[in-house]
Design a protein around this ligand. Structure first.
Ligand SMILES: Cc1cc2nc3c(=O)[nH]c(=O)nc-3n(C[C@H](O)[C@H](O)[C@H](O)COP(=O)(O)OP(=O)(O)OC[C@H]3O[C@@H](n4cnc5c(N)ncnc54)[C@H](O)[C@@H]3O)c2cc1C
Length: 195
């Protein structure tokens, strides 16, 4: 898998660098200096370089641990195009090894879900499999509000939801726990949680 791709061209078209001359920052939220995700391409590239140098090698061993910071925390940058999946994949190709391979497969999962969205657009509103649209959700409003506020009384769920409220990002395993708790324990519609 690691040998097939050749080096990309580094030519950048100037018109993409400068941006429109009349661009104004008025009305945009000011960026907190302690922001977990500084909203700029430089921060995205720096975080990728840091991950590739220091953490990718152990990604496969540490990715399940929410306390170790073993993942890249690059999802917001990939989501908003401050970093391309190709740039990320090339770092993994150069890094090689089990950790890099595991990380590359997560980038592939990202592409897989984009393909599902493209070919089955109904999944944004309904279950992938029609039989799941027949689930009789309880949709208990007060339980939903407790979940949303991190006030369910289940420490792991509440810690994750409070981090989500504060930072806007949580670890994959934390996402699995809160999503499963909402749908399978509280029987609340996943579309409520998604909002
Ligand atoms: C309930 C739930 C909701 C999720 N919502 C989102 C979301 O809104 N946006 C999002 O990008 N990911 C989502 N994921 C997938 C995954 O949890 C995040 O991509 C990951 O936690 C982001 O952290 P990271 O950048 O450190 O990922 P790393 O582990 O460093 O992975 C690198 C990149 O690969 C992609 N990736 C990793 N895991 C997955 C996965 N399971 N499926 C698809 N792509 C993946 C992401 O782009 C991620 O940035 C969700 C997972 C669950 C269980």
């Amino acid at each position: 898998m690691f040998d097939r791709l050749s080096e990309p061209s580094t030519q950048v078209d100037d018109k993409f660098v400068s941006g429109p001359s009349n661009a104004s920052l008025d009305g945009l939220p000011t960026q907190r200096s302690d922001a977990q995700f500084p909203a700029c391409e430089k921060a995205a590239q720096q975080r990728l370089a840091d991950f590739a140098e220091h953490r990718i090698a152990n990604y496969d061993l540490q990715r399940d641990r929410m306390d170790l910071g073993g993942t890249s925390e690059l999802s917001p940058y990939l989501r908003f195009g401050l970093l391309s999946a190709e740039q990320a994949a090339r770092k993994a190709i150069v890094a090689r090894g089990g950790g890099a391979e595991a990380w590359l497969s997560e980038l592939a999962w990202r592409d897989f879900y984009f393909s599902v969205l493209a070919h089955f657009p109904h999944v944004t509103r309904r279950g992938f499999r029609p039989e799941y649209d027949a689930i009789a959700w309880d949709n208990h409003r007060a339980q939903f509000e407790a979940w949303s506020a991190g006030m369910t009384g289940y420490p792991m769920v509440d810690a994750a939801m409070r981090q989500l409220l504060e930072a806007g990002w949580i670890h994959n395993r934390a996402r699995m726990i809160v999503a499963s708790f909402l749908t399978k324990d509280l029987l609340i519609d996943w579309r409520w949680g998604e909002r």
